[in-house]
Design a protein around this ligand. Structure first.
Ligand SMILES: *Cc1c(COP(=O)(O)O)cnc(C)c1O
Length: 460
C-alpha cells in the first residue's frame, strides 16, 4: 500500500474525528456565514503528484474552497427550492458513504430491500396506493425523465411497437400536453428522443399557473391517437396545482398517460390543511417527487413512482449473465438509467425513522407559516408587491412601480449576505421568489429575512 494511504488507514478513527469536528463547525457557522458569499474562485493548482494525506487535504479545502460555499443547508437560503439535511438524514448520508454499498441487485440484496421498504413508506406519506411501485433516482429531473420514458413505452404499447427496441422514431410524432411544465420536462423529452417540440403548452386558468381543464380537453380532442399529459402539482413560481381529479377523469374519453410532476408539491399531502391540493395524485400513471428539497435529505435524492413497472423494466432492462432478473420483481439495475448507484435510500430511511410522518409534517407546516408571514410583510410594504397569493411555501413578489429585471437582480445580490432569493419572470413581470423548505427556518429567521428585505428594498 502507498505509504500515505497506509498512514491514513492506521489513523482512520482520529482522522474521521477531525473531519466530524470540521463538519460540525461548518454547520454551526451557518447562522453567521453569508448565505451566498460573493464569488472568489481559487486559483487552479496542478494535479498533486505526491499527495499530502487526508489531514493536509482538509486544510487545503478549508483554506481554498470552503469560504466560497453557500449556506444552502441553512435557514435563510430561499433560492430555488432547496431544503437542507435533518440531523438523521445527515447521519444516514455519512453512513451511506461509510458502507459504500452498490444496492442494485438481489445478488447482494440488503440495500435493495432497504430501498424498497423506504419507497413503501414514501408511498404512504404521499397518499399513494399499493398499485404504485417506485425507485430512488438522483433528482426530480431524473424522476420526470424516467416517468416520461415509461410513458414513451406505453405509447408504443398502444401503437403496437416498442420504442425501447426500435427507437423513438417508431412512434412518429408525439404530443405531451402540459399547462405550466417545469423546464426539466423539456430536457427529459430531449434526452428521450421525443424532442422538446413534442411539448404542447396548454392554456392555464386566468391569473393562475394551473391548467384550464376545458383547454386541456380541447387539446386532447385535437390529438390524433394516444398522448401524454404532464400535470403539475406545485409550480415553481406560485405553487399552483392542477386539478388532478378533473384531469384523471378525462381518461374516460381520451387515451393518455398521466404523469404528475409533484417535485415538492407532493408534500402538501402531509398537512391536513393542504392535502386537498394533491387529491387524485394516486390516479396518476407516474409521479415525480423530489426528496432533496422538502424531505430535507442531502443531494442527490428523489423518488419516481409508476403503476406500470413492467414497462419501466422494458425500457431500463440491463441484460447481463451476472445480473439478477428483469421480469417479475425486477432488480433495481433494471429500473433506472443508472446501473450502479449508492444506497441513496438510507438518508431518507433515517429521517423517516427518526422523525416520522409527524416530524416531517411539522417541517412542512412551519415552512408554510414562514411563507405566509413573509407574504404578509410584502403586502404591507409600500416598496414591494405580492404577485400571487401564497398558496403553500413560495412567495412570488416584485418591487412596486415598474419592475426591472436588472434592478431586481441587483437587489437580490445585495440581499445575499442575509437571505438568498432567486429571480424569475411571472406572467411577464420580472420578479423574485422566496421558497421555504428548510427544516431549520424559524421565527427568528423570518424576522431577519423581513428586516433585510425591507432595508435593502428601501434602496431600490
Ligand atoms: C426542482 C424541480 C424539478 C427538478 O428537480 P431537480 O431535483 O433539480 O432535478 C422538477 N420539477 C419541479 C416542479 C421542481 O420544483
Amino acid at each position: 500500500m502507498h505509504p500515505r494511504l497506509a498512514a491514513d488507514l492506521s489513523q482512520l478513527p482520529g482522522l474521521l474525528e477531525v473531519t466530524r469536528r470540521h463538519a460540525t463547525a461548518f454547520i454551526d457557522g451557518l447562522e453567521d456565514r453569508p448565505v451566498v458569499p460573493a464569488p472568489s474562485i481559487p486559483r487552479a493548482v496542478p494535479l498533486p503528484e505526491h499527495g499530502g494525506g487526508l489531514r493536509a487535504a482538509l486544510a487545503e479545502f478549508a483554506e481554498r474552497w470552503e469560504p466560497g460555499l453557500s449556506g444552502g443547508a441553512g435557514p435563510r437560503y430561499l433560492g430555488f427550492v432547496t431544503g437542507g439535511a435533518t440531523p438523521a438524514a445527515l447521519a444516514g448520508d455519512w453512513l451511506t458513504a461509510a458502507a459504500d454499498q452498490n444496492s442494485n441487485t438481489s445478488l447482494d440484496g440488503t440495500g435493495q430491500r432497504l430501498e424498497r421498504q423506504t419507497v413503501g413508506w414514501l408511498r404512504e406519506l404521499f397518499g399513494l396506493s399499493d398499485a404504485h411501485r417506485g425507485t430512488f433516482v438522483s433528482g426530480a429531473t431524473m424522476s420526470n425523465t424516467v416517468g416520461l420514458a415509461i410513458a414513451r413505452e406505453w405509447l408504443g404499447e398502444r401503437l403496437g411497437v416498442s420504442p425501447a427496441e426500435d427507437g423513438a422514431a417508431a412512434l412518429g410524432a408525439v404530443r405531451v400536453l402540459s399547462g405550466s411544465p417545469h423546464s426539466s420536462v423539456a430536457k427529459g423529452l430531449s434526452v428521450l428522443g421525443l424532442g422538446r417540440a413534442a411539448l404542447v403548452q396548454v392554456p392555464v386558468l386566468p391569473g393562475r399557473e394551473a391548467v384550464d381543464p376545458a383547454a386541456l380537453e380541447r387539446a386532447l380532442r385535437e390529438s390524433e391517437g394516444p398522448c401524454v399529459v404532464v400535470a403539475n402539482a406545485g409550480t415553481v413560481n406560485t405553487v399552483d396545482f392542477d386539478d388532478l381529479r378533473a384531469i384523471a377523469a378525462l381518461r374516460e374519453r381520451y387515451d393518455f398517460w398521466l404523469h404528475v410532476d409533484a417535485a415538492f408539491g407532493a408534500f402538501a399531502a402531509l398537512s391536513p390543511e393542504h392535502a386537498h391540493l394533491v387529491a387524485g395524485l394516486d390516479l396518476a400513471d407516474s409521479v415525480c417527487v423530489d426528496l432533496h428539497k422538502w424531505l430535507n435529505v442531502p443531494y442527490d435524492s428523489a423518488v419516481q413512482f409508476t403503476r406500470r413497472q413492467d414497462l419501466q423494466a422494458r425500457v431500463f432492462r440491463n441484460a447481463a449473465a451476472y445480473l439478477g432478473p428483469s421480469d417479475g420483481d425486477p432488480d433495481l439495475v433494471h429500473l433506472t438509467p443508472e446501473n450502479s448507484h449508492r444506497l441513496r435510500a438510507l438518508a431518507a430511511w433515517f429521517t423517516l425513522q427518526a422523525y416520522g410522518r409527524d416530524g416531517h409534517r411539522e417541517i412542512v407546516e412551519r415552512c408554510v407559516a414562514g411563507a405566509r408571514a413573509l407574504g404578509r410583510a410584502v403586502e404591507s410594504s409600500s416598496r414591494l408587491r405580492l404577485l400571487a397569493p401564497v398558496r403553500l411555501n413560495v412567495v412570488c413578489f416584485t418591487t412596486s412601480g415598474e419592475p426591472d429585471a436588472g434592478r431586481l437582480r441587483a437587489l437580490a445580490a445585495d440581499l445575499a449576505d442575509e437571505v438568498f432569493v432567486t429571480p424569475t419572470l411571472y406572467a411577464g413581470v420580472p420578479a423574485l421568489r422566496a421558497a421555504f423548505s428548510n427544516w431549520r427556518t424559524g421565527e427568528r429567521d423570518i424576522a431577519r429575512i423581513i428586516a433585510a428585505l425591507e432595508s435593502v428594498a428601501a434602496r431600490y
